[in-house]
Design a protein around this ligand. Structure first.
Ligand code: NAD
Length: 256
């Protein structure tokens, strides 16, 4: 039996090709989930291609444009999932933005607000949007893709990203405690350096990238699929007694 048989999952930020959202969608679909893959309008073509690929492989998959900072988009996607499948079991809040390269000088207050909206408020909007459906069904699982940037600071990462991921980590825990009695589990995956378009855009400084890779005990950046497997565990019934936790997937980086 597949690990997500008959479950319906909404996944945000799934349109970047080699990013974590697409990897999560592929793995969830392989494990029997019916998936709604979402991203911003600019990624609509990539989303449609991903959904077609999943359908060709035998899964049920639908693309939908969802800017995670827009409440009206959330409402539309929840309606789409409910009209197509009648239920929602899993929400993966994966969409995120790193913002500009550099330190304090790289951002102003408008950029800080944008990062907080994309990386934190989005989680709040997503959870509140799916909540009525999850309550009706008597439970569900929310997986938030955070960052080890919520645990430690990094050179060349603007402090707005760190602040937003730190806030998202605690929002996830607070929601988990609040929603536990409704049998809604809320957990985070905290990725380290993962080879995705976001990491490639992080810096053009080759020496900095090499120094960071050398500091990873497992000796390499992670792959999107390795984050997808962590998300799969937290989304599945195997994690029925797991809530308010953080699964750090960083090759050991934050342990040294
Ligand atoms: N790559 C890493 O090393 C790394 C490390 C730690 C955490 N993360 C986190 O993992 C998650 C996935 O990132 P990734 O590395 O796969 O990056 P990515 O750039 O490949 O994917 C991020 C996706 O989020 C989407 N997105 C951005 N703003 C959005 C918005 N307002 N509404 C909807 N979608 C939006 C983008 O269009 C993109 O498709 C992010 O939350 C990121 O912060 C990444």
């Amino acid at each position: 039996m597949s690990r997500l048989s008959d479950k319906v999952a909404i996944i945000t930020g799934a349109g970047s090709g080699t990013g974590m959202g697409a990897a999560i969608a592929r793995l969830f679909a392989r494990e029997g989930a019916r998936v709604v893959v979402t991203d911003v309008q600019a990624r609509a073509a990539a989303l449609a291609a991903l959904a077609a690929e999943l359908r060709e492989a035998g899964a049920q998959a639908a693309p939908a444009v969802l800017d995670v900072t827009r409440e009206s988009d959330w409402r539309a996607v929840v309606e789409l999932a409910l009209s197509a499948h009648g239920r929602i079991d899993i929400l993966v809040n994966n969409a995120g933005s790193l913002g500009p390269q550099g330190g304090l000088e790289a951002i102003d207050s408008a950029e800080l607000t944008r990062l907080l909206n994309v990386n934190v408020s989005s989680q709040f909007l997503g959870v509140t949007a799916v909540l009525p459906a999850l309550e009706r069904q008597g439970g569900g699982s929310i997986v938030n893709i955070g960052s080890i940037g919520s645990l430690v600071a990094f050179p060349n990462v603007n402090p707005g990203y760190a602040a937003s991921k730190g806030a998202a980590r605690m929002l996830s825990k607070a929601l988990a405690v609040e929603l536990a009695r409704k049998k809604i589990r809320v957990n985070s995956v905290l990725p380290g350096f993962i080879a995705t378009p976001m990491a490639t855009n992080f810096t053009s400084d080759e020496a900095l990238m090499q120094a960071l890779a050398a500091a990873i005990p497992l000796g390499r950046p992670g792959q999107s699929e390795e984050i997808a497997h962590a998300a799969l565990f937290l989304a599945s019934d195997e994690a029925a007694y797991v809530t308010a936790t953080e699964l750090v997937v960083d090759g050991g980086y934050t342990a040294v």
